[in-house]
Design a binder for this molecule. Structure first.
Ligand code: XMP
Length: 315
């Protein structure tokens, strides 16, 4: 019978035999798949370099958390601070697909530069899962609503053999491997987070100021979900900073603050989703805490739309 221990053992063996003395490059995003992949390579003791590109669009404390956990578990990790670069490239850009394109392009450039400097590498490891394999096999009618970016479209001069040890696994199985490999629960059980990060949760232009506001509000929402034991009961939860400002009162003054939208969904496969029936007392507490601690936000609303017709993200 195939217990997680067996799966891990056979993956370690497979990776070791395939890679041998050659070198493996991989990109880690902070999500469970790429983190677990990095741990697998470390466990298999193959010569690897894990690259974490900090594009400045991450959540509060995320980079430090991933960095600490992976290093402690023997991953050879390089963190590239590319925050300035991404912010500059995004300046003045409002269109969602344009933001995604720019982020994808900058990511490939930063990653390629590391690959050249630290190379050569024979292999590129990717945390591709079974559902991704099926999806990219191209079922007719599975129209892409949004351009999803992972590592794709690398320049011509960078050629790798792909190493995809999770290609036959589902997400739950990767989470079981992650447990065996010692990945801390906050990372192991983390909700999916889009590659373009907070850039698609700030409607319109992304600025340092808006990133800072959203990061603080998002952290309050997510921490509160954990406090209430609700985090793992929803598939994904997020906060969206809208460009709308509404009026409020602060003492005797009228004050205009941003409208922040909270969203939480339940879903099996992320293709369809239902909005989560979070307790009203929880939502009340979230709205109070956010407006108290993030004074730039004047109003908090909760998204009652399912997918379809809406998508999970707002952009
Ligand atoms: P939507 O908004 O399309 O999201 O209902 C479905 C799932 O995909 C995630 N998502 C992305 N992931 N790059 C990613 O890596 C992207 O550009 C992207 N857009 C959406 C979203 O967070 C949800 O889990």
């Amino acid at each position: 019978d195939w217990t997680p221990e067996h799966v891990l053992e056979s993956l370690v063996k497979e990776v070791r035999e395939r890679v041998g003395e050659d070198r493996v490059l991989l990109a880690v995003s902070g999500g469970v798949d790429s983190s677990t992949l990095a741990l697998l390579l470390a466990k298999a003791r193959v010569n690897h370099l894990a690259v974490f590109v900090d594009h400045g669009l991450l959540r509060l404390g995320e980079r430090e958390e991933v960095e600490g956990a992976l290093r402690a578990l023997g991953v050879n990790l390089r963190v590239v601070d590319a925050r300035e670069r991404f912010l500059t490239a995004l300046k003045g850009v409002e269109d969602p697909e344009e933001k995604r394109r720019i982020i994808g392009r900058e990511f490939v450039e930063v990653f390629s530069q590391v690959a050249r400097e630290a190379g050569p590498f024979r292999f590129l490891a990717q945390g591709t899962l079974y559902p991704d394999v099926i999806e990219s096999a191209g079922e007719p009618g599975a129209a892409k609503i949004k351009s999803h970016h992972n590592v794709g479209g690398l320049p011509e001069d960078l050629k790798f053999e792909l190493l995809e040890p999770f290609r036959l696994l589902f997400k739950d199985e990767v989470r079981e491997l992650a447990l065996l490999l010692g990945l801390p629960d906050p990372i192991r059980l983390r909700h999916p987070f889009p590659g373009p990060g907070l850039a698609v949760r700030i409607l319109g232009e992304v600025t340092e100021e808006k990133l800072d506001i959203l990061r603080r509000a998002d952290d309050i929402f997510i921490s509160l979900l954990r406090e209430w034991g609700l985090y793992s009961q929803v598939a994904q939860a997020l906060a969206v900073l809208t460009p709308v400002r509404s009026v409020g009162v602060a003492g005797d003054e009228r004050k205009y603050g941003y409208v922040l939208a909270l969203r939480a969904v339940t879903t099996e496969d992320f293709m369809t989703a239902d909005w989560a029936r979070l307790p009203l007392d929880f939502l009340d507490e979230a709205a109070r805490r956010i407006t108290r601690r993030v004074p730039e936000i004047g109003r908090v609303v909760y998204d009652l739309t399912s997918k379809p017709p809406a998508t999970i993200e707002w952009e």
